[in-house]
Design a protein around this ligand. Structure first.
Ligand SMILES: Nc1nc2c(ncn2[C@@H]2O[C@H](COP(=O)(O)OP(=O)(O)OP(=O)(O)O)[C@@H](O)[C@H]2O)c(=O)[nH]1
Ligand SMILES: [Mg+2]
Length: 364
């Protein structure tokens, strides 16, 4: 599962990527600096891991990770080959969620491809390119089902109706994610097409230092414009955070963060939000050798969770011993949790909860 950083050229995408990941992407003050996508595996900050570390005192601690991709900037006409063209839309298609970066800072020294700062116009430019790309997809599909629909094939007629609904909405500037379908229709006719505008989205407002904590008028415009989209809007002083990140000393970084009114980097919040946007959750294993956070889809079963560690664990799954994170912390150790009768034994149909501390029993 990966989240892609998307937006106009020169709005701070690679700078943001560098805040998140140790893999350094080139960032510079000219449009189309990024061509090939930069891929980074990013640790998901989770205070629960520190707590578990305190209690278990393991040899090592491993956080959950999420993959972030920094993609080339899109401009008007990209879907028709403008700018760096179509290939970048293909990079976006390969992601599972979109982090849409909007320039919300003034700085005459930093070139804006459209000549002025206007996050709403920018958002519409990007949305339109993505919608045009989806329009291509839906038109190709329609061509295919049309004939079968004409011959009276009921399934094809149903698909045709759904595709037409998508097409009309895209033409009116409405993204696929905003449309309503029955669950069966969605699974059968919509999801397989992997529409770009169906991917979950989060808006990242790149503001200047003074607005890191409070936001600014641009951010308010963005909030107003997306209020019906049910999407998170995150405020981040990307440039400033990149500078703070350069500091080696933890105390010093905290001091500078406090100066701009933050108690943790906005990028930490962004990673957690991206993780949620990807529909991921965490369970823990806690042993003296290793305390570790593992990533599973929301809704995963016990065996599926075990399968994240090893496929043999999934195949040979017998049962799982499960302790809720809160209970682990309340009682302080596995032994004490057991004593208190708070350890549960769960079978194959168990739906994993975020924060479960799990131990799997299996045979191979
Ligand atoms: N003033 C200011 N400058 C910023 C901020 N974020 C990024 N920049 C600058 O803007 C320029 C472009 O940043 P990049 O991160 O390379 O932009 P990009 O979106 O990756 O651009 P492309 O790869 O060309 O699409 C660089 O000179 C950054 O230092 C910010 O928050 N404030
Ligand atoms: Mg870039």
């Amino acid at each position: 599962m990966k989240a892609g950083i998307v937006g106009l050229p020169n709005v701070g995408k690679s700078t943001l990527f560098n805040c998140l990941s140790n893999a350094k992407a080139q960032s510079a003050n000219f449009p189309f600096c990024t061509i090939e996508p930069n891929i980074g595996v990013v640790n998901v900050p989770d205070p629960r891991l520190e707590k578990l570390e305190e209690l278990v005192k393991p040899e090592r601690v491993l956080p959950a990770t999420v993959e972030i991709v920094d993609i080339a900037g899109l401009v008007k006409g990209a879907s028709k080959g403008e700018g760096l063209g179509n290939q970048f839309l293909a990079n976006i298609r390969e992601t599972d969620a979109i982090l849409h970066v909007l320039r919300c800072f003034n700085d005459d020294n930093i070139v804006h491809v459209d000549g002025s700062v206007d996050p709403i116009r920018d958002k519409e430019t990007i949305d339109m390119e993505l919608q045009l790309k989806d329009l291509d997809t839906v038109e190709k599909k329609l061509d295919k089902v049309k004939r079968a629909a004409k011959t009276g094939n009921k399934e094809a007629q149903k698909e045709e109706a759904i595709l037409l609904k998508i097409k009309e909405n895209l033409e009116a500037g409405v993204s696929v994610r905003a449309l309503e379908f029955t669950e069966e229709d969605y699974e059968e006719f919509v999801k397989p097409s992997q529409f770009i505008t169906d991917k979950p989205v989060m808006y990242v407002c790149n503001v200047d230092e003074s607005a890191a904590n409070t936001g600014n008028a641009y951010v308010e415009q963005v909030r107003e414009a997306v209020k019906d989209e049910n999407a998170e809007v995150l405020v981040l002083a990307v440039g400033t955070e990149a500078d703070i990140n350069e500091l080696d000393d933890y105390e010093e970084r905290q001091m500078f963060l406090a100066d701009i009114g933050l108690d943790e980097p906005g990028s930490a919040k962004l990673i957690r939000s991206a993780y949620k946007l990807l529909n991921q959750q965490t369970y823990f294993t806690a042993g003296v050798k290793e305390v570790r956070a593992w990533t599973v889809n929301v809704g995963a079963t016990g065996p599926q969770a075990a399968g994240v560690i090893h496929t043999d664990f999934e195949k040979g799954f017998i049962r799982a011993e499960v302790i809720a994170y809160e209970d682990y912390v309340t009682y302080g150790s596995e032994a004490k949790v057991k004593e208190a009768g708070k350890m549960r034994v769960e079978g194959k149909n168990y739906i994993v909860k975020d924060g479960d501390v799990m131990h799997f029993l299996f045979n191979v």
